[in-house]
Design a protein around this ligand. Structure first.
Ligand SMILES: *[C@@H]1O[C@H](CO)[C@@H](O)[C@H](O)[C@H]1NC(C)=O
Ligand SMILES: *[C@@H]1O[C@H](CO)[C@@H](O)[C@H](O)[C@H]1NC(C)=O
Ligand SMILES: *[C@@H]1O[C@H](CO)[C@@H](O)[C@H](O)[C@H]1NC(C)=O
Length: 537
C-alpha cells in the first residue's frame, strides 16, 4: 500500500521522466535530433532538457515589450500555439511535478520596435527573430510581430512529446531570418472553386512552413467567383453557380486570417487572355472573333480597342485596389491567343492606325501598358507573368516579373534582372504537375540564384512561389497534393543557401509532415513509414 502511495507521488514525476528517457535511448530519439522545418539561420543546442507541463506553461509579454495584450496578432497566436504544442495529445500523466530548475514555464515575448499589430504584412516586413530556450523562462525577441509569429512556429517545433506523454525541449539558442522576402503559394479558384474553409486550412499550413504570400489566382476562363461590388453581374453570370462565389465578407475573412499569420494576400486578375468567364457578365468586353468575314459567335481576349474596356477595367481595379490591402496587384498577361484579334477587322484597322502593322505583341503591349498605368495611378505596384516582359512591354520601373516557363529559366532570370526588374521564380515549382516518386527532392534542389549576373541582379530575385493550378485540383485533393511537397519550396526560400543536405531534409521533412498531420493538415506521406502520434484526421 505504502509502495503504491509512493509510486503515485513520485513516479509521474522526475523518476518517470528519467525512466522514460532511459527506455528510449536505444531508438533514434526524436528529441535528440531536432525536427525543425525550415531550418533557421543559426541554431545552437545542448543536451540539457527542459520539461513543460501543460497546466503550468504560458506565453506572456515582456515588461519592456512594445506589444502587449491589446495586440490581437500576438494574443491569437499564443492561443493557437498553445494548442499546437499541447492540445492534440493525450496527456497520459496529467500534471507532472517537475523540479523547478528543470521546468520551462513561460515563453516571454519582446517586440523591440513599433510592433505593427494593426498593420498588414508587406514585402518589406521584418520577419527576423531570436529565440532563447531555457528554464524557467524562455525568451523570443523580434523587431516586429511578424518575427514573433515565425519564432513561435519555431518554438512549437522544438517541443517534443515522448510516448510517455512528457513534453521536453532542448536548451537552445536560435537566430533566424528569411533568405527571400516573397515566399508564396499560388491557388487557383477558377478551374475549381475552393471553399473558404479550404483556403483557411491552406493558410494554416503555410504558416507551419513560414510561407508569407497567398497568391490568389481568383478568376480565369472557367469561372469568375469574385463577387464585385461595382459589377455584380460578373459573378452572377460568370461563376459556376451562385453558391460558388466569394462575397466581400469571404474575401475579408481570408485577408484577416492571413494577416494574423503574417501572410499577404496577393490578388491576381489575369487579362487580357484567360477572361472567358468575364464576358458572361460584362457586355462588349471580349473581342468578337470572325470567321469568313462574319462574327463567328465566339469571343477571344479582352477587346483592347474600345474605350469602354478601359473605363470598365479602371473601375474594377479601383475596387480591387481597395478590397485587397496589399501593395501589389497581379495583372497576369500570360498566354494571350492572337487568333481572334487577327480575325477581327476592327482590331486590324485599329492596329493599322496605331502603326502596329500585324504585330500582335504590340497590341498586347498597348493593352498591358494601359492597365499598368492604371494600377500605378492607384498607388499600387504590378506583378505580371513573364510574357509581358518577353513581348517588349515597356514596364514601369519596379514592376515585378514572375517567371513560369520551364525552358531556360535561369537565362530568363538573367535577362530580366539585367533589365533591372525584380523577379519571382515559379518555373521549377508547378506542383500541379505530378510524378511518381519523391518529386519534392527536385523542388528542394533548385538553386534560385544559379544564373550569371552581378550581385545587384541577384538582389532582384525577391523570392518564389509554389503553384497548384486547379485543372485537376479541388477541395478533395488540394491539401495532400500541396503538402508536404510545397514544404520543400518553403525551406528553399527561407533557409540559407548552404542548407542542401537531402538526407537530413528527408529525415526532418518526414517528421514535419507528421507534425502537420497532427495539426489537422492532410499532408501526404513522403514514402513508407508511420507517424508516432496519431492525429485527429
Ligand atoms: C537534446 O537533449 C538530449 C538529451 O540530453 C540529447 O541526447 C540530444 O543530443 C539533444 N539534442 C540536441 C540537438 O542538442
Ligand atoms: C476614345 O478615347 C480617345 C482618347 O480619349 C478619343 O480620342 C477617342 O475619340 C475615343 N473613341 C471613341 C470611339 O469614343
Ligand atoms: C535573353 O536575352 C537574349 C539577348 O537579348 C536573347 O537572345 C535570349 O533569347 C533571351 N533568353 C531568354 C530565355 O529569354
Amino acid at each position: 500500500m505504502e509502495q503504491r502511495g509512493l509510486a503515485r507521488l513520485r513516479l509521474p514525476g522526475l523518476l518517470a521522466l528519467l525512466a522514460a528517457l532511459a527506455a528510449r535511448t536505444p531508438r533514434v530519439s526524436a528529441s535528440g535530433d531536432l525536427n525543425l522545418w525550415p531550418l533557421p539561420v543559426s541554431l545552437k543546442t545542448t543536451p540539457r532538457l527542459f520539461y513543460l507541463s501543460p497546466g503550468n506553461f504560458f506565453f506572456g509579454h515582456s515588461p519592456t515589450s512594445k506589444a502587449g495584450p491589446s495586440c490581437a496578432v500576438l494574443q491569437e497566436a499564443f492561443r493557437r500555439y498553445y494548442d499546437y504544442i499541447f492540445g492534440f495529445y493525450k496527456w497520459h500523466h496529467g500534471h507532472n511535478k517537475i523540479p523547478s530548475e528543470m521546468e520551462l514555464q513561460k515563453l516571454e515575448v519582446s517586440v523591440i520596435m513599433d510592433p505593427e499589430c494593426d498593420s498588414f504584412p508587406s514585402i518589406t516586413s521584418d520577419e527576423s527573430y531570436t529565440l532563447l530556450v531555457k528554464g524557467p523562462v524562455a525568451t523570443l525577441t523580434a523587431n516586429r510581430v511578424w518575427g514573433v509569429l515565425r519564432g513561435l512556429e519555431t518554438f512549437s517545433q522544438l517541443i517534443y512529446q515522448d510516448s510517455y506523454g512528457t513534453f521536453t525541449a532542448n536548451e537552445s539558442n536560435i537566430v533566424d531570418s528569411p533568405r527571400f522576402p516573397h515566399r508564396g503559394i499560388l491557388i487557383d479558384t477558377s478551374r475549381h472553386f475552393l471553399p473558404v474553409k479550404t483556403i483557411l486550412k491552406t493558410l494554416d499550413a503555410m504558416a507551419f512552413n513560414k510561407f508569407n504570400v497567398l497568391h490568389w489566382h481568383i478568376v480565369d476562363d472557367q469561372s469568375f467567383p469574385y463577387q464585385s461590388i461595382s459589377f455584380p453581374e460578373l459573378s452572377n453570370k460568370g461563376s459556376y453557380s451562385l453558391s460558388h462565389v466569394y462575397t466581400p465578407n469571404d474575401v475579408r475573412t481570408v485577408i484577416e486570417y492571413a494577416r494574423l499569420r503574417g501572410i499577404r494576400v496577393l490578388p491576381e486578375f489575369d487579362s487580357p487572355g484567360h477572361t472567358e468567364s468575364w464576358g458572361k457578365g460584362q457586355k462588349d468586353l471580349l473581342t468578337p472573333c470572325y470567321h469568313a468575314r462574319e462574327p463567328s459567335g465566339t469571343f477571344g481576349p479582352i477587346n483592347p480597342i474600345l474605350n469602354s474596356t478601359y473605363s470598365f477595367l479602371s473601375k474594377l481595379f479601383k475596387e480591387i485596389s481597395t478590397v485587397f490591402p496589399d501593395e501589389f496587384i497581379h495583372l497576369g498577361g500570360d498566354e494571350v491567343n492572337f487568333n481572334c484579334w487577327e480575325s477581327n477587322p476592327a482590331v486590324l484597322n485599329f492596329m493599322m492606325n496605331k502603326g502596329f502593322g500585324k504585330n500582335f505583341k504590340k497590341l498586347q503591349s498597348f493593352y498591358m501598358q494601359m492597365v499598368l498605368d492604371m494600377i500605378s495611378t492607384m498607388k499600387k505596384r504590378s506583378i505580371v507573368w513573364q510574357e509581358v516582359y518577353d513581348d517588349e512591354g515597356k514596364l514601369l520601373p519596379g514592376t515585378v516579373v514572375q517567371v513560369w516557363k520551364m525552358g531556360d529559366f535561369y537565362k530568363e532570370l538573367e535577362n530580366i534582372t539585367a533589365a533591372g526588374f525584380p523577379v519571382i521564380i515559379s518555373a521549377p515549382w508547378y506542383l500541379d504537375v505530378i510524378n511518381y516518386g519523391q518529386d519534392w527532392r527536385q523542388y528542394y534542389s533548385v538553386k534560385p540564384l544559379n544564373f550569371a549576373g552581378t550581385p545587384e541582379q541577384k538582389q532582384l530575385v525577391i523570392g518564389g512561389e509554389a503553384c497548384i493550378w486547379g485543372e485537376y485540383v479541388d477541395a478533395t485533393n488540394l491539401t495532400p497534393r500541396l503538402w508536404p511537397r510545397a514544404s520543400a519550396v518553403g525551406e528553399r526560400l527561407w533557409s540559407p543557401q548552404e542548407v542542401t543536405d537531402l538526407d537530413d531534409a528527408y529525415r526532418r521533412l518526414t517528421r514535419h509532415r507528421c507534425r502537420m498531420v497532427r495539426r489537422g493538415i492532410a499532408a501526404q506521406p513522403l514514402f513508407t513509414g508511420y507517424c508516432e502520434h496519431e492525429g485527429r484526421m
